[in-house]
Design a protein around this ligand. Structure first.
Ligand code: NAD
Length: 445
């Protein structure tokens, strides 16, 4: 099949590459010329495990193409994916200007002779597919008709950054929102290679499909937030959140996953999607109270370590120096959007402290925000020199089993604030560290 993907970011590049991998001819389109030039010359623009190999193979086999021209990119396409940003607008609702802008341009380009399915892969509020249809029709230059010449389908993406290729190649489910039999057949054909192991393709109406994505992300954000509050209560009541987590996770109705407390959810999706669902609900006169609380608790959680750090240093961080391990919003990605580490760094700098940070993939992106306000280290150990304490903000695997002796000898004092509960309390106690984590007892030196 010939496929066009408009928007070549995390979702667009992963989807485009994976569709090429299953034998399709894919053209990825983006307005960012620098990005397109890089990709066209064989240089990958995001870090995502396993992606580079697929990208190189499909580029070499001429199944993957890149262009900045929408007109050129969609020529002959049977399917056009929209993988465009839907950032929060000022009021928290999803800003549809990218989606509707491209829909308008498509109106001018679509022609009657070539039936095409236009697919909303971006996370968009209920009713967006209908808006895309209206926008195309309002700007149609060649008299195209919905249902005859084109259909708009909702196909939300559930990939997780860090394991995006695996998620895309073996999705738990594929959700397709359409009322058109023709579009359903095209989408079924496209996804057949991805669901050979029996994972379901769920066909539904467009509105339910659009809401499914928001419901999924909001549920997961609520699950994390629930555990973060349980962790707070554990600390106050002298319980251990790790035990409670195991205790409840073995109940199959609850499940083991997504029960790890930490310093809040971040990333490009959960924060904006929870906010957008609250806003969409408000617009139909419904106050989504539970999600309002989720947002509030998560804001506090991102800087949950700060009062603990301040307390340890007698409420005065001026002149203190901190090492930070992890900057990405989660491991195995270079994405720093809404990353808790950024909030922690900001709070430390505001309090007059200095920071040296290390992240295996995300330092380049953080440099664009903090410039030389902080020092970017060569390795995790390099952050520790002259540091008053170590703060762990992202649970990269390489931080899990450090050389504690080296760690302790490099730090000015053996003090760790761990926002991701990486270490075993008994082990750390024997090693003589002060260790403060989330929802577990503080180990005093
Ligand atoms: P992104 O910012 O990484 O990529 C979007 C790309 O679109 C950028 O490269 C940008 O230059 C390009 N773009 C903007 N306007 C354009 C235009 N007019 N024409 C062509 N290209 C244009 O965003 P993303 O993370 O890939 O997210 C895209 C959508 O997918 C969002 O709605 C997001 O909520 C959703 N989503 C993201 C993830 C994720 O993990 N990142 C997962 C599931 C769903």
């Amino acid at each position: 099949m010939k496929i066009a993907v408009v928007g070549t970011g995390y979702v667009g590049l992963v989807s485009g590459t994976c569709f090429a991998e299953t034998g399709n001819n894919v053209t990825c389109i983006d307005i960012d010329k620098r990005k397109i030039d890089k990709l066209a010359s064989g240089e990958i623009t995001i870090y995502e495990p396993g992606l580079e190999k697929l990208f190189e193979r499909n580029l070499k086999e001429n199944r993957l193409h890149f262009t900045t021209s929408l007109e050129e990119g969609i020529k002959g396409a049977e399917i056009i994916f929209l993988a465009l940003p839907t950032p929060p607008g000022e009021d928290g609702s999803a800003d549809l200007k990218y989606i509707l802008g491209v829909a308008k341009d498509l109106g001018g380009l679509l022609k009657p002779e070539n039936y095409v399915v236009i697919v909303d892969k971006s996370t968009v509020p209920v009713g967006t597919s209908e808006k895309v249809v209206h926008q195309i029709l309002a700007h149609a230059l060649h008299g195209v008709k919905e249902g005859t010449d084109f259909d708009v389908v909702s196909n939300p993406e559930f990939l997780r950054e860090g394991v995006a290729v695996d998620d895309f190649m073996k999705p738990d489910r594929v959700v397709i929102g359409t009322e058109s039999d023709k579009a359903r057949e095209v989408m079924g054909r496209l996804y057949a290679p991805f669901v050979r192991q029996g994972n379901p393709v769920l066909y539904m109406d467009k509105r339910s499909s659009e809401l499914t994505k928001y419901a999924a992300n909001s549920f997961l954000a609520a699950k994390i937030t629930f555990m973060n509050e349980i962790a707070r209560v554990c600390e106050l009541l002298g319980a251990d959140v790790d035990m409670v987590r195991r205790g409840i996770g073995s109940d199959s109705r609850i499940g083991k996953r997504f029960l790890f407390p930490g310093i809040g959810y971040g990333g490009s999706c959960f924060p904006k999607d929870v906010q957008a669902l609250v806003k969409s609900s408000n617009e139909v006169n419904y106050q989504f109270k539970m999600l309002e609380s989720v947002i509030e608790v998560n804001e506090e959680q991102k800087v949950y370590l700060i009062p603990k750090i301040k307390k340890f240093f007698n409420e005065d961080l001026k002149g203190r120096h901190f090492a930070i391990w992890g900057l990405a919003f989660k491991p195995n990605t270079d994405d720093i959007r809404e990353a808790p580490a950024l909030y922690i760094i900001k709070a430390l700098l505001e309090a007059g402290a200095t920071v040296a940070a290390y992240d295996p993939e995300a330092m380049k992106n953080v440099k664009e925000i903090f410039g030389d306000q902080i020092r970017f280290a060569e390795s995790p150990y390099d952050t520790l020199v002259e540091a008053d304490a170590l703060i762990i903000a992202t649970e990269w695997n390489e931080f899990r089993t450090p050389d504690f002796e080296r760690l302790g000898s490099l730090l000015k004092e053996k003090v760790i604030f761990d926002g991701r509960n990486l270490f075993d309390l008994n082990q750390i106690e024997q090693l003589g560290f002060y260790y403060s984590s989330i929802g577990r007892k503080t180990i005093e030196k």
